[in-house]
Design a protein around this ligand. Structure first.
Ligand SMILES: [Zn+2]
Length: 354
């Protein structure tokens, strides 16, 4: 076994998240990004094997289509329109606003999300990439806090996500969270963290942010990491205190030919052909030629989504049974190190424990 200690901060079952609907949603939870035009998404939603329990929908794309906007605000609502009865959350278009001008304001997009029945509403926060200077990160943080305060005053039906910003500055991340806690947020979202863990599974900065946020937020506040969706990384984020995840990673990885496993994504079927791992999903379990899945983007995407959802259910089961995450994390570290000796996961996790 690996010598790297793998303590987790979460010992037992997590308190479920209960939005205004009154329905309890068990944690941890993964929400794929709703992609109505992707056939794989429709297949996955209809596939009992995949068990999608939550969705995140881009409210900006709904809002900018005038007819759809009217339909959603007058004749139907978001859960009915999507045809989904799990947790349904929205993001605000903030990420799109990062790359182009949106002609959108915070009040309008918050009011829209609330009106169409989103269970968790996102303010129009200001995405803060690692390259932003301290003064820019600080002014984005302050503007984001104002928008969250405004959203809290507007929302009548949905829970407002308190989005932490602060870019690469840990003390600004702390300041952001202090402000959010003072506002009495019921749902915490960690913003602009993706670029930090996107490089070779280096969890150091993201891990510090998550661990400190959990320490400040107490044990029960739901904590959502925007954009986290690699089944290798989610157990580590969970162990540090994050409890809700969303991503379109299943499709992005498939587009690049990557086959997700709990031990890291493979670009070739070598370890599968060697019998080191066998995926139980509907795509793979009866497939005699597993290499064929790698070259079929749609089936690969379906496999990836199933792998993320199954991993999260497994993690929940470990917490609920009282077994905890430590043995699982140690097994993942050991297999991952054998398959990907150049990965930063082992080193960064060890540094987080130091
Ligand atoms: Zn599979």
């Amino acid at each position: 076994m690996t010598q790297i200690p793998a303590r987790s901060v979460l010992g037992g079952p997590l308190k479920p998240f209960v939005p205004r609907t009154g329905r309890a949603h068990p944690l941890p939870l993964f929400m794929p990004v709703y992609q109505p035009r992707e056939r794989v998404f429709q297949l996955a939603m209809a596939d009992a094997d995949v068990k999608i329990e939550g969705l995140i929908v881009n409210s900006f794309f709904l809002y900018k289509q005038r007819e759809l906007r009217t339909l959603l605000t007058t004749q139907t609502n978001l859960p009915a329109y999507v045809g989904f009865d799990g947790l349904i959350t929205t993001d605000s278009g903030a990420f799109q606003g990062f790359t182009r001008k949106l002609y959108l304001n915070n009040r309008d997009i918050v009011r829209f999300q609330d009106k169409i029945g989103s269970h968790v509403i996102a303010p129009l926060d200001l995405v803060t990439p690692p390259g932003d200077s301290r003064s820019i990160a600080e002014s984005k943080l302050e503007a984001t806090q104002k928008r969250i305060k405004e959203a809290l005053a507007i929302a009548e039906h949905g829970v407002v996500a308190g989005v932490q910003q602060g870019g690469r500055f840990l003390d600004l991340r702390t300041k952001s969270l202090e402000g959010l806690m003072a506002m009495g947020i019921e749902y915490l979202a960690i913003g602009s963290l993706v670029p930090f863990f996107n490089k070779n599974h280096d969890l150091l900065f993201a891990g510090r942010v998550i661990r400190e946020a959990r320490a400040m937020a107490g044990p029960d506040l739901p904590m959502h990491i925007y954009g986290a969706g690699d089944p290798l990384e989610l157990p580590f984020f969970l162990a540090l205190g994050a409890t809700i995840f969303d991503s379109a990673s299943y499709a992005h990885y498939a587009a690049g030919g990557a086959y997700m496993t709990p031990y890291g994504a493979l670009s070739d079927p070598g370890p599968l052909l060697a019998g080191e791992y066998r995926c139980p999903c509907a795509v793979c379990r009866d497939e005699a030629d597993i290499a064929a899945v790698f070259s079929d983007k749609e089936r690969l995407s379906c496999h990836n989504l199933s792998t993320i959802c199954r991993t999260v259910l497994h993690l929940r089961g470990l917490l609920e049974s009282g077994a905890g995450l430590d043995a699982y994390l140690a097994e993942v570290l050991e297999r991952h190190a054998a398959w990907f000796p150049q990965s930063a996961l082992m080193r960064s996790w060890a540094e987080l424990q130091a």
